[in-house]
Ligand binder design. Structure first.
Ligand code: WT7
Length: 655
């Protein structure tokens, strides 16, 4: 498998352009490059340089406090505000520069300058306060890709409230769960959104979620559909535009937060498979994001970046919202699908907005490949300077196609490795500095200390696959609330740390291999989490939904890749005497769509007499994945029921 990945085109004789970074000084003005680069500085002093990319209202007196490891506290004593760093600090120099360009699904366009953002963010912040949202309260945001989404996030940050963005495609149940998990004080959603020719009733989904929650939440409704779709505002529901008008002149000074105060919650899936509440701290998170925006993307004021991720995922938080705005860049936000109104859309977005940095996933690139090169070729993509990918390993053909047909053989590709928990990119080449090795994610960024270890935590030599661990803390690391520390310890720190020696090592959940030059190649995850459309979903969450269907006794959900697209494949066992498979199949598909979301609706549902299991009763997901993705099943020594492998292969092939 590794060999397969390493069979990439040679990059000899290919020039890689180097862009010159320009950075901010501590006071927010552009001075000589502050250069948040760790390589020539001692750890942790190097993080001091990275933190100087931000504007601090109160300087910190300690870079990192290791007292309560592994719950490290970064920039202790310092104070800053995220919204002030993303907006106010730019006003003097570039208040009329475009901060955000939004492209609606139906050809609508809106642009916001930094000054526009300042105004609207202040108004929304004032409205939230009016609803009783105070510092440290949590606001859940359930919106598709609309400008109001980053604006509301920044409005929360301005008053020191935490945002909890829930991906707009999630079903009411999933939303309700995520609202309650964080004890939300308010909700921001919209009336609906267009899906190609139809309308998705987002408000109905939100109302269903709200109805299942005891407490009433003040809810702000963004009007996306327009006058033709009148909406009924229920009790404690308010129209976003009315509020912005009412509070148009509000002056809401940014609340200086302790660097260690939480900035937001976001949900992810870990080894338990259930959604987990993750938290990032203000000073550390912003430092990590500003630092990587500079070292990996070389974002400078006015650079136009388009990251296709949904804002509800960490990629969107870090590289649609915070990273670009901290850097004074111009963000492109494109609502809706990349194939609507037709397959020219992505290339039109790049061409018409002069996108310089394009950041997407291998899955999206595979879709482009399927459509054919005639689409990108029909457009002037010469504005592009740098390409990025994230989320899963990128295969050689996909890499080559991206490099050639999108990057015109002139743009470096940064394959970036990171996680919701890491907050920012930790492993990537730096364009123009490091050699590109397609297939590998590159060396860890300076200041990041990784190790590949075996089961017992012993470091492995280059060339040997093992577990990817991180040896030293980094600023944008997960910063769990006290109530979450217990499970965070078990999930991420326990496996490879030695608490008695006060030696802590973070486990990423990934398997990887490192080469002689220190370049890392990611093999894949080591747990029961699958990636659908680049969203990490716990198999347990899917399976819980599937087993709500009467007649289904057990289920295993895995990722199925066909024609370059990843979808969900379900294996299920049925109770005795269940005859009507078609009905059950439909019910399973609906249950997944209802409990998790339409995006996870299974591509295939296979009934089997048994699931392959280890002696300890753990489902062998990897084996199912191999069968489904046409790879030979690996050795079945550890299986309790090895005979099922042949049977499953037959069932799958006859499907
Ligand atoms: C997992 C994190 C934060 C990025 C979006 C996903 C996998 C991430 C790569 C890459 C191979 C990658 C890992 C990681 N992953 N980047 N460049 N090459 N695999 O965030 O949902 O927190 O998932 O995505 O398995 O652990 P996430």
């Amino acid at each position: 498998m590794i060999e397969e990945r390493l069979a990439y085109p040679s990059l000899e004789n290919r020039t890689v352009r180097r862009r010159t970074p320009q950075a901010f000084g501590r006071d927010g003005t552009t001075t000589e490059p502050a250069n948040g680069n760790c390589s020539d500085r001692e750890w942790p002093a190097c993080w001091d340089a990275a933190a100087s990319l931000l504007k601090w209202s109160e300087p910190y007196d300690r870079i990192v406090d290791e007292e309560n490891a592994p719950f490290y506290r970064w920039f202790v004593g310092g104070r800053l505000n995220a919204a002030e760093n993303c907006i106010d600090r730019h006003l003097e120099e570039r208040k009329n520069q475009v901060a955000l360009r939004w492209e609606g699904k139906r050809g609508e366009r809106r642009t916001y300058t930094y000054y526009d953002l300042y105004h609207e963010v202040s108004a929304v912040a004032a409205a939230l306060r009016e609803f009783g949202v105070e510092e440290d309260d949590v606001v859940t945001i359930y919106l598709p890709k609309l400008p109001e989404l980053p604006i509301t996030m920044l409005a929360c940050a301005r008053i020191g409230a935490l945002h909890n963005v829930v991906f707009g495609g999630f079903a009411p149940n999933a939303l309700a769960e995520r609202i309650q998990r964080v004890d939300s004080r308010a909700l921001v959603t919209c009336d609906g959104s267009f899906r190609e020719e139809t309308v998705i009733d987002q408000k109905r989904k939100a109302d269903t979620a709200l109805a299942s929650i005891e407490e009433s939440l003040p809810t702000i409704i963004v009007d996306r559909l327009g006058a033709s779709h009148g909406i009924h505002l229920g009790e404690d529901q308010y129209d976003y535009d009315d509020l912005v008008e009412t509070y148009a002149d509000a002056n809401v000074p940014p609340v200086p937060r302790e660097a260690t105060d939480p900035l937001f919650h976001i949900h992810t899936s870990g080894t338990t498979g259930e959604p987990q509440r993750m938290t990032h701290a203000t000073g550390g998170y912003l430092t990590g994001v500003a630092w990587t925006a500079q070292t990996v993307f070389e974002l400078t004021p006015g650079t136009t970046i388009w990251c296709t991720a949904d804002v509800g995922w960490i990629t969107g938080h870090s590289y649609v919202v915070y990273g670009p705005l901290l850097s004074g860049a111009t963000v492109v936000l494109a609502e809706g699908s990349l194939r609507y109104p037709d397959r020219h859309r992505p290339w039109e977005v790049i061409e018409q907005n002069g996108v310089e940095i394009f950041y997407t996933t291998p899955g999206v690139i595979r879709t482009f490949i399927k459509w054919g090169e005639s689409f990108p070729t029909a457009h002037d993509l010469s504005s592009l300077q740098l390409l990025g990918t994230v989320g899963e390993p990128i295969g050689p053909d996909t890499w080559e196609w991206y490099y050639t047909h999108v990057g015109g053989e002139r743009c470096p590709i940064v394959n970036t490795w990171w996680q919701t928990e890491t907050g920012c990119i930790l492993i990537s080449v730096r364009p123009g500095i490091d050699e590109l090795k397609p297939g590998s994610v590159g060396p860890p960024l300076s200041g990041i200390d990784i190790q590949i270890v075996d089961e017992d935590g012993r470091e492995l030599p280059p060339g040997e696959p093992g577990y990817l661990t991180i040896n030293r803390p980094w600023p944008s690391m997960l910063a769990p609330l006290e109530g979450d520390q217990y499970w965070v310890l078990a999930e991420y720190w326990q496996a490879f740390s030695d608490p008695r020696a006060d030696s802590w090592r973070y486990f990423t959940g990934d398997r990887a291999i490192v080469d002689d030059d220190g370049y890392v190649t990611i093999i894949g995850r080591d747990d029961d989490v699958i990636t659908i459309g680049n969203r990490r979903i716990g198999t347990a969450e899917l399976e819980a939904a599937i087993t709500t269907v009467g007649g289904v006794t057990e289920a295993a959900a895995i990722a199925e890749r066909t024609a370059g697209e990843t979808g969900t494949c379900v294996f299920a066992t049925l109770a005795q005497g269940q005859q009507n498979r078609t009905t059950i199949r439909d019910a399973v598909a609906d249950a997944v769509a209802e409990h998790v979301g339409e995006f996870a609706r299974p591509k295939s549902i296979i009934f089997t007499p048994e699931l392959p299991e280890t002696y300890s009763g753990k489902t062998m997901y990897q084996l199912l994945e191999r069968i489904v993705n046409d790879r030979p099943p690996t050795d079945s020594d550890t299986l309790r029921n090895p005979e099922i492998v042949g049977e499953l292969t037959t069932i799958w092939n006859q499907k």
